[in-house]
Design a protein around this ligand. Structure first.
Ligand code: B12
Ligand code: SF4
Ligand code: SF4
Length: 246
């Protein structure tokens, strides 16, 4: 048996600023499957068939450099006219999240409960169900303390915990700063036009659905510290007043 208080203590020690728990039943009907051509979102059961609890964890991404993406050396193969070689890259905050989530997975496994981390369930909507915060007008998870400055990962486990209440408030109220701040006008309240987002454009250098003006802005505004790395856009996060001065 694992107490929820022990779980919370462990996630805090691992460095997560938000922890919430729900059951797989609560996540029925979320948007699963392909998001455009970007990500294939799975149900908790597809990830771990014996799952009893879904734990959502938020890590405070307090510095822009956590958005660093670095191409792997495979990328060079593609540049040598070998398009069959898959694009592969590392994202700093994903590596941090996985490293920290492993501590929770390892602890639960040692207690006898099969567990795994997952980045493939719909993390924002699941986090709302776990009570972490609401989806803001930038479509991201906005928490009362850190605003949208949290990055998310889930741990799926056979262990049973009391579920948290879903988050009900709308933290945005009359604000629209993220919508106004987006240089490519990718946002309207609570909705994103994916091909207009510079994160999509930077991730898909060959995509034909990126409008010309967006591609030009992406080439101009996305910071590229080295020839094979770039910082993913986070302008709609930085614009948010919630949690800005922590
Ligand atoms: C695909 C994806 C992208 C795509 C598409 C973005 C998107 N909003 O879907 C692209 C490449 C553009 C992208 C960009 C970014 N991403 Co991203 N991305 C994801 C991923 C893999 C899935 C997101 C998803 O579920 N999309 C599916 C759609 C259906 O979900 P949705 O937007 O929530 O749609 C709901 C609402 O918008 C609403 N809705 C839709 N239409 C309408 C219309 C009206 C009128 C209304 C009222 C509502 C409404 O209903 C929808 C269904 O519930 C997640 C990781 C994961 N596994 O969840 C990370 C994730 C969402 N990304 C993240 C981040 C940080 C970013 C970026 C800031 C880039 C960066 N620096 O990393 C930008 C931000 C762009 C933005 N404002 O959304 C974080 C967000 C953390 C947080 N606090 O929420 C995540 C969770 C990754 C992580 N591990 O932390 N991303
Ligand atoms: S990540 Fe950048 S381009 Fe994408 S919606 Fe946010 S501000 Fe706009
Ligand atoms: S900037 Fe304003 S509208 Fe956008 S997510 Fe933050 S509070 Fe909501």
């Amino acid at each position: 048996m694992v107490f929820k208080s022990d779980l919370i203590k462990l996630t805090e020690e691992a460095g997560f600023v938000s922890t919430g728990v729900t059951t797989p039943d609560m996540l029925k009907g979320l948007p699963y499957g392909w998001v455009g051509t970007i990500a294939d979102l799975h149900t908790p059961e597809e990830e771990l068939p014996t799952v009893k609890s879904v734990i959502l964890l938020g890590y405070y991404a307090w510095d822009k450099s956590m958005n660093l993406q670095v191409d792997s050396a495979y990328f060079l193969q593609r540049e040598k006219q070998k398009p069959e070689v898959p694009l592969e890259n590392y994202q700093l905050y994903y590596e941090i999240l996985k490293d920290k989530a492993w501590r929770i997975v390892d602890y639960l496994r040692r207690k006898g409960f099969e567990s795994r981390y997952s980045l493939s369930i719909p993390l924002k909507t699941s986090a709302v169900k776990c009570g972490l915060g609401c989806q803001g007008k930038n479509t991201l998870l906005v928490t009362p303390i850190h605003g949208p400055r949290v990055r998310l990962i889930s741990v799926l486990t056979e262990a049973e915990f009391d579920a948290d209440e879903p988050y009900k408030d709308d933290l945005c109220k009359g604000c629209k700063r993220c919508v106004t701040a987006c240089p490519t006008k990718a946002l309207e309240p609570y909705k994103i036009n994916i091909p207009r987002c510079m994160t999509y454009a930077a991730e898909k250098p060959d995509a034909s659905d990126v409008p010309k003006g967006v591609r030009e802005l992406e080439q101009k505004l996305i910071q590229r510290p080295t020839p094979h790395s770039y910082l993913e856009c986070s302008i709609c996060i930085e614009a948010c007043p919630i949690g800005k001065h922590r």
